[in-house]
Design a protein around this ligand. Structure first.
Ligand SMILES: Nc1ncnc2c1ncn2[C@@H]1O[C@H](COP(=O)(O)OP(=O)(O)O)[C@@H](O)[C@H]1O
Ligand SMILES: N[C@@H](CCC(=O)OP(=O)(O)O)C(=O)O
Length: 361
């Protein structure tokens, strides 16, 4: 029995005029149901909320402004889950909706909750249908693309494999429409990606194109999870562990999900400059960062936000979740814990970034 996370993109689930495509979603549902009958556990990360909301709202193209995207996602997500619910019921399976924001995989308490929810849903035999919580996620906290979300979810649920389903059957050396592009069967590591061009954009409804799929594959494989990338039309073969698409081999070992995200967080909220002693402490001794070793503070952040930790020359050494707001830190920098307690009170004795919330790059 394997635990598989399957991610399917907007372009494989919806029609060009912004409605659910029953046949194409049906192919994915049937493949997932077959895998379940064969004893595998499946978590389905489904995009398509915005795309499926366009038609019902009379919109002909993906809106540019966040508020309309969120409104479309609200309408489309309901339609998608309703469709999944009915279609999986034909196979005697129940679905459960899981909407995640960035906080759910970075903040410790949320992370534990998300982990437990998935564990219970799978134990109860439910097929979790996951998406980003588009309707409430603001631009700063958006995952931005479901490929990366799927990589983090596969790590969160300790998946044995991540299957990325798109509208193209494999990764190619260049855009598949170009005559010179060749299909890539196996990616064993970074070397195999040298010279691969993923820069040309994908479908009108998807967000990330091939760039985010390759990035998701990097995140998952670096954490020890193999990835298969192929088209949604080949979902059946992919889930029967057939030789389809492009296979990305694991390149690293499992690490904490929160730190995995932090290492790959697309947006940090600020920057703390460290003196040489503090750099050595966090990088070599794996110590927490104390105010005494901070020389400058940039950015607007609140406690719990991810920040870059940089050397005096500005190069990034690490990323961490900061324990104080940006406005609190300037009076703290360079001071020992003892001074901070005397000056500001006992609650200022804590680390600026705890070593459990810090990842050296
Ligand atoms: N090197 C490449 N190999 C395969 N596809 C590529 C490559 N470069 C760009 N693409 C494009 O990426 C598209 C898939 O991305 P996207 O439309 O965002 O998918 P989804 O909606 O499934 O997330 C493909 O259809 C293809 O047009
Ligand atoms: N959360 C968004 C999905 C964004 C996204 O990553 O889309 P895609 O590139 O099609 O996987 C939605 O459901 O519309």
């Amino acid at each position: 029995m394997s635990r598989i996370v399957v991610k399917v993109g907007s372009s494989s689930l919806t029609t060009r005029d912004g409605h659910i495509d029953p046949d194409r979603i049906g192919t994915v549902v049937d493949a997932v149901a077959d895998a379940r009958s064969a004893g595998d556990e499946v978590v389905l990360v489904s995009s398509g909320a915005i795309a499926a909301g366009l038609g019902p709202l009379g919109l002909s193209t993906r809106p540019r402004d966040l508020a309309t995207q969120q409104a479309a996602a609200s309408v489309g997500q309901g339609a998608l889950v309703e469709f999944y619910g009915r279609r999986f019921a034909h196979h005697g399976l129940r679905v459960g909706q899981v909407l995640l924001t960035l906080d759910d995989v970075t903040r410790r308490s949320h992370y534990r909750n998300a982990h437990q929810t998935f564990a219970k849903l799978l134990e109860l035999g439910v097929v979790p249908i996951v998406n980003e919580n588009d309707t409430v996620a603001t631009s700063e906290i958006r995952f931005g693309d479901n490929d990366r979300l799927a990589a983090l979810v596969s790590h969160l649920v300790h998946a044995d494999e991540l299957v990325l389903l798109s509208d193209v059957d494999a990764l190619y050396t260049g855009h598949p429409d170009l005559p010179d592009s060749r299909r890539i069967e196996v990616v064993g590591g970074e070397d195999d990606l040298a010279g691969v061009d993923v820069s040309r954009v994908g479908s009108a409804v998807g967000t990330g194109g091939m760039v985010t799929k390759v990035e998701a594959a990097r995140i998952a494989t670096a954490a020890g999870i193999p990835v298969v990338l192929t088209s949604a039309a080949l979902a059946g073969e992919a889930l029967r562990h057939g030789a389809v698409g492009t296979r990305f081999e694991p390149t690293g070992k499992r690490r904490s999900t929160r730190l995995l995200w932090l290492a790959h967080a697309s947006e940090t909220k600020g920057r703390l400059t460290l003196d040489d002693g503090a750099v050595r402490a966090i990088a070599e001794r794996k110590a927490s960062l104390l105010a005494a070793g901070v020389t400058a503070v940039d950015g607007t952040f609140t406690a719990g936000d991810p920040v870059d930790l940089v050397r005096l020359d500005g190069t990034v050494v690490a990323r961490g979740l900061v324990n104080f707001d940006a406005r609190e830190l300037p009076t703290m920098v360079g001071r020992s814990s003892h001074e901070l307690v005397e000056l500001l009170g006992p609650e200022y004795e804590r680390e600026v970034v705890h070593r459990d919330d810090l990842v050296v790059l």
